[in-house]
Design a protein around this ligand. Sequence first.
Ligand code: MEV
Length: 438
Amino acid sequence: MPQTIQGFSRLSKEEKINWLVDNFLPDATNAAATLKQYWNSNNQLQQLHDEFIENTISNYYLPLGVAPNFVINNKTFAIPMAIEESSVVAAASKAAKFWMSRGGFKAEILGTQKIGQVHFTYTGENLLLNEFFDDIESILLADLKELTASMESRGGGVTSIDLVNKTDYLENYYQLYVTFETLDAMGANFINSCLEQLAESWQREFNNHLAFTESKAEMVVIMSILSNYVPGCVVRAEVCCAVSELTEADGIDPEVFASKFIQAVRIAEVETYRAVTHNKGIMNGIDAVVLATGNDFRAIEAGAHAYAARNGSYSSLTHATVENGIFRFWIEIPLALGTVGGLTKLHPLVKLNLEMLGNPSAPQLMEIIAVAGLAQNFGAIKSLTTTGIQKGHMKMHLMNMLNQVGATNSEKAKAVNHFKTHKVTHSAVDLFIKNART
Ligand code: MEV
């Protein structure tokens, strides 16, 4: 029976590993060596990574790839992507190249508003609360000044505070609904600090308000936190060209290709099972760049999927039309991103990846990342409606399969050559290696 442990965080890395090996990995081969082989020999760099989180025992590598040839608003980018899935970078690169010769991608920001809430319960008269809020709103804002001064000097800050009555949904439930402009910062710390200050001021003023004392109304702040649902922080990215230019679609007639493509998008618009997979493909591209640029992919995922369900049923994040012979394909997605703060200056690869993108502002990064998602979705639908997904997928997966059977470099080279003209399956790869070794 593994032991529980007190003070685990105070053990050294070495001690933590020894404890894990003794208690949870006694039968594993070379567990300690496996963990330690990922330690960086540059102690300073390793310490930086150790200190990102608590209880670090090693580093978890993901490949960092690059998808070149992205033309976005007439500027060319090489987009860094951190992802383990074999075909994602290849598909993004292929889509980028396809659209490069058709005018590239166009992207625009529809809004940059962030949101936070102070959730509270209140048992008194609604009218009294409304009057109280009107009376003290300026005090609430004044109390925030110390926190917001620097952001305000750069053009950001708190943009509105509203009192919202939610008692139709939950007894006694109200909130202060606060909007923010956080410029190039993702803003989580800024927003949460402002909200906690707001809650404190709100409570203080409430306690000092005679009308509440007299009426014995009670108010309890439940929590203060930003929302990762940001339907006002949205970017739109698009590609378009004449249907006749949709050649190269694996030999398929452009009209047929456009029609099947649009039907595939419509299916994702109306059918949840398909919409989830369709959007998962989009997030393959989005998350990879979000991670490479040190942003919070969990926040982006949560916000994107809530947005996909904003009309009451889960639907596609992309849309497509053909009008007057013009094929148009676009995405609209909320992306609360930062290009300052967080890991951006701290993680050497994040810093480099942002440099690779020309040190974009947060809105520019929103445009780049939306484009990565759109490109990914274009590649997926193009494959799905023409050759099928497995041909390209298995081809990209070949190296993983060869590594799994311990293929040598020379066996890999022979296999890659062979499978240029043969279908990649697990059994075909096994057979090829077996034959090569006899
Ligand atoms: C696989 O990671 C993503 C796809 O399933 C996306 C899609 O079906 O659109 C290929």
